[in-house]
Design a binder for this molecule. Structure first.
Ligand code: PLP
Length: 621
């Protein structure tokens, strides 16, 4: 894996300069210098770095690419886009997003009442808001309130029941008013086309959302009957996130385009937009033969514009405005999680750890000889002997013939023999050797929670690019597994022989080593779980000033222990009193010791749950 696959997933957002990974923008600061700058202020756990310039890049690329496609085909409809809030609702993200997208009339999509309130307060009047997902009367009423405020809002009907509620709410809000105002109406259609991959369930007949053709005709009749046909302006579909293949999208576009044209010819005169949802894929792969996407944004935009034009021409209708709700594509690259390595777990297998006795069991003696006389020519033979001896020695232990020290010597010696043999045979590319490499992977204990920061890895095995922040001029040689700090064996990114990750050999007692997890900006933050009560990490926004220098802004620290407990509705006042009482009333403690313990306790309670690196503890002393 050359450069940790940066040329595959990096999209030129980062570059390697001498031995560090740097931001490929303005003054090109290294991620490690930014990390150190923040850590020097006392923030030692995992850090989430946000880069608004990367949001700006994605949004401008999206709009410019569709603009080019429109020009190429002389397409008459407009291109519009909204950001689906479900992908990231965090305030530092949303504020940056709205800030960098001011020139694009960019809006927000909401799928719940709380998201709708974000959309109603953060979208400039006139920029589009779309509202999807299941809605009750209250939510539909909120859409009417937004429309009456002057928002350009479209409420998408997901089922006929929702349309009935819209009719009722319209009656309540507009009967007797001089100028009736209602939101625009969209209909989500249930296509028979569906996407592929782990998020494909959003499309197809079995999907949770959308109207069938029969329901669509019924909806059309209802809208006409209740004088709402003039509000019907959008056809909506979404066939699934992370569409790696363009083919299902093309199929869905043909289906949706024909539905649009048919409804228009039937008399839905106000109909003027096709909303193709999200689905634009992100390249997460670090390995050439595992790429996740088979198309470019240019191909995607050209296909959408061409197909909509083709159908409109053939059916003699106006070319519709094209709407997208791309979330992953816009947000994924904007954030990087940086986490310190705390420990390496196979370090205990060193020769120093051996506890050889005056008289050892013969097989242990033999292992020791094998280790000392291992050579390139006989490496394979000795390796097989060592593995064989280990099986026998473990059986002897189970039967009570050898003791714990003998067993420990066995483990160490076999591990050392495997390592030495791999080093001697490294130019051989045999399957057996690769399998052995798996056995001696280094386990990197990293100060983060996979459940909190990479939930799609935990739940869906979605890969995120990983690389160290420095030492990039040195070839990493340790086959690496990554352990997070939760007490859960699922919190492990295991070594994969087919798509291996190699990291550097380091001594955590004397050196710092940081890993960065890239493309974490979409979905991960809000889906993150507080397993073991590890919460959202400390986050910062990295901006660049006019001279190109970076600034570290809007730091939000990870929640402290008492706030976490407060969130779970513990009575933290009572907990505080209980802890204090137990110290103050203890008969074994003197006055000074009580004072000291209380001081320490309150210091710890004011900090977050993440661990401190050994260096951090040293610095505090
Ligand atoms: N629009 C709708 C209706 C969705 O359900 C989703 C995601 O599930 C999106 C847009 C965003 O999709 P993506 O993040 O793949 O662009």
């Amino acid at each position: 894996m050359k450069n940790f696959g940066l040329d595959i997933w990096g999209d030129e957002n980062f570059i390697i300069q001498s031995d560090t990974i740097n931001i490929n923008h303005a003054s090109k600061p290294s991620l490690i210098s930014i990390t150190q700058e923040i850590r020097e202020k006392g923030y030692k756990g995992p850090l989430l770095l946000r880069f608004p310039h990367l949001l700006e890049k994605q949004i401008s690329t999206l709009f410019n690419t569709f603009e080019k496609a429109k020009q190429e085909f002389n397409y008459k409809g407009n291109f519009q886009a909204v950001f689906p809030l479900k992908v990231n609702q965090f305030p530092n993200f949303v504020h940056s997003l709205m800030d960098v997208s001011q020139n694009y009339n960019y809006g927000l999509e909401a799928g719940s009442k709380a998201e709708l309130i974000i959309a109603m307060t953060k979208t400039p009047l006139g920029a589009p808001i779309t509202v999807n997902g299941f809605k009750d009367k209250e939510m539909i009423s909120l859409c009417f309130i937004a429309a009456k405020m002057g928002h350009n809002i479209t409420v998408t009907i997901e089922g006929l029941g929702e349309l009935e509620t819209i009719i009722q709410v319209n009656h309540e809000f507009n009967t007797g008013t001089e100028t009736p105002i209602a939101p625009k109406i969209g209909v989500r259609i249930r296509l028979h086309s569906s996407g592929i991959g782990i998020w494909a369930k959003s499309g197809g007949y079995g999907s949770k959302f959308g109207l069938t053709s029969t329901e669509l005709l019924e909806a059309y009749e209802m809208l006409r009957k209740y004088d709402l046909l003039d509000y019907l302006w959008m056809i909506h579909f979404h066939i699934g996130s992370q569409m790696g293949d363009i083919a299902p999208l093309k199929k869905a576009l043909r289906e949706a385009g024909n539905i649009y044209a048919d409804l228009k010819n039937r008399g839905a005169d106000a109909l003027g937009a096709i909303n193709i949802g999200g689905g634009l894929a992100v390249e997460y792969s670090q390995h050439e033969d595992k790429e996740e996407r088979n198309y470019s944004l240019r191909e995607f935009a050209n296909d959408v514009v061409f197909l909509m034009q083709d159908i409109s021409k053939r059916k003699g209708v106006e070319e519709p405005d094209i709407f997208t709700e791309s979330g992953r594509y816009v947000a994924a690259s904007h954030s990087v999680l940086v986490a310190p390595v705390l420990e390496l777990f196979s370090q205990e297998y060193t020769e120093k750890g051996l506890r050889l006795k005056k008289v050892n069991p013969p097989l242990v003696e033999e292992l020791y000889d094998l280790f000392n006389s291992l050579s390139r020519e006989r490496a394979r033979e000795y390796l097989h002997d060592a593995l064989d001896h280990m099986e026998s020695l473990l059986t002897l232990f189970d039967l009570g013939y050898i003791d714990l020290e003998d067993r420990s010597n066995t483990e160490i010696l076999v591990n050392l023999i495997i390592k030495k043999s791999i080093a001697l045979l490294k130019d051989e590319d045999s399957d057996e050797l690769k399998k052995l490499q798996d056995r001696i992977q280094e386990k990197y204990l990293v100060n983060f929670s996979a459940f909190q920061s990479l939930p799609d890895f935990w739940g869906l095995a979605q890969h995120f690019p990983i690389m160290p922040l420095d030492r990039l001029d040195t070839k990493p040689t340790n086959p690496a597994s990554i352990w997070d700090i939760t007490c859960d064996s699922d919190g492990e990114i295991g070594f994969n022989r087919e798509f291996p990750l190699y990291l550097h050999d380091i001594n955590v007692d004397t050196e710092e080593y940081f890993l960065a997890f890239f493309l974490t900006g979409a979905y991960q933050e809000v889906l993150g779980m507080k397993h073991n009560l590890f919460t959202h990490p400390t986050e910062v926004v990295i901006n660049f000033d006019e001279e190109g220098k970076h600034t570290v802004d809007n730091l939000i620290e990870a929640q402290n222990i008492m706030d976490i407990l407060d969130d779970l509705d513990y009575d933290t006042y009572l907990m505080d009193k209980t802890l204090k009482y137990h110290i103050e009333e203890s008969e074994h403690l003197g006055h000074e010791e009580k004072r000291e313990l209380l001081g320490k306790l309150y210091l710890y309670l004011s900090e977050n749950s993440y661990l401190k690196t050994i260096q951090a503890i040293d610095e505090e002393r």
